[in-house]
Design a protein around this ligand. Structure first.
Ligand code: SIN
Length: 319
């Protein structure tokens, strides 16, 4: 391993940023995760000459993200961040589950340095791909030092730096597909210069490191599922999931986390059997505010996919 101070480690996991299409005009129907991290870095002249190493951990379409890859990524990110010569780590990833991986890493990696996720909405073969600029910007954040020195799990897309814990994918096709909801961006990248808008996220480093140790010790992922509440809903899905072994359920409720009475009754039966339940909102922005005393437990500001990760980690810690 090189020991140049200020080294950035790029860990590739796949995604559209590493995807190739048959035609340059094609933005859909391409194959994600074809190129390794080494190729993405080598293709970017602006990165040449920088102390940078790339490793390909996976070549996934991120809709297929799996437990072993998450565990490997968290382990490798933590190992590299702990090396004194490493300034920061960049993760190239698909956009589809980027918010889940960002939240997961935020919860398990004690990132006292920048751990920066990036991705692209257009494949590497596109006429105007967004991946190269996003990768360059992510490396810039990972190398940031001095007054602007970043830390924590971050995501960089379209010249915007988001807190990993606040990231949401809000569009399926457009290049500006991400938001931090009510919280807004942490920083902007303008001509390669970082303009910080608000403080970098504070991370309880010891608690977070303990979560990673327990995860890596067991590598067992408790079964936690998401059930959407909607018009004409009934309790069949909840009952079936409990019968199939779910140990946790997130109810993606309507509006401010309201849940159809039939689903609520089934969730009550599940809780009586020891299944953990959290009530989130299926709305694209906002979370669950307040609640009546007899409501199902609230996920607060967490999105359904974030609440699912919380339940998984809770169950893991209790195992
Ligand atoms: C993926 O999530 O791996 C494919 C879609 C994308 O990266 O935009």
């Amino acid at each position: 391993m090189p020991s140049t101070p200020g080294t950035v480690v790029v860990l590739g996991t796949g995604g559209t940023i590493a995807g190739t299409a048959a035609h340059a005009a094609q933005h859909t129907g391409y194959t994600a995760g074809v190129l390794g991290a080494e190729a993405l870095v080598a293709a970017l002249p602006a990165l040449q000459g920088l102390p940078l190493v790339a490793h390909t951990l996976a070549r996934l379409d991120s809709c297929n993200m799996d437990g072993p890859t998450w565990a490997l990524l968290a382990e490798q990110a933590a190992l590299h961040l702990a090396r004194p010569e490493v300034a920061g780590v960049v993760v190239t990833h698909g956009t589809d589950t980027l918010e889940e991986t960002a939240y997961f890493l935020h919860r398990v990696v004690a990132a006292a340095k920048p751990l920066v996720l990036t991705a692209a909405m257009r494949p590497a073969t596109a006429l105007s791909p967004d991946g190269p600029q996003n990768l360059f910007d992510a490396v810039t954040v990972a190398r940031s030092s001095g007054a602007h020195s970043a830390h924590g799990v971050l995501a960089v897309l379209g010249g915007v730096v988001f807190a990993g814990a606040e990231l949401r994918k809000v569009h399926g096709y457009r290049q500006d597909a991400f938001s931090a909801g009510d919280a807004g961006p942490l920083a902007l990248l303008e001509d390669g210069v970082l303009r910080v808008l608000r403080p970098w996220p504070n991370v309880p480093l010891h608690a977070v490191a303990a979560s990673l140790s327990s995860l890596l010790a067991t590598r067992a992922w408790p079964l936690v599922d998401i059930v959407t509440s909607h018009a004409l809903a009934d309790g069949r899905v909840v009952d079936a999931l409990v019968a199939a072994g779910s140990r946790g359920l997130v109810l993606a409720g309507t509006g401010n986390g309201s849940v159809h009475a039939a689903v609520k009754a089934a969730a009550g039966r599940a809780m009586a059997q020891g299944v953990r339940v959290l009530r989130a909102s299926r709305c694209q922005l906002g979370g669950v505010v307040g609640g009546a005393p007899d409501d199902l437990p609230s996920a607060g500001t967490l999105t359904p996919v974030q609440a699912r990760i919380e339940l998984m980690l809770d169950l893991l810690a209790a195992a």
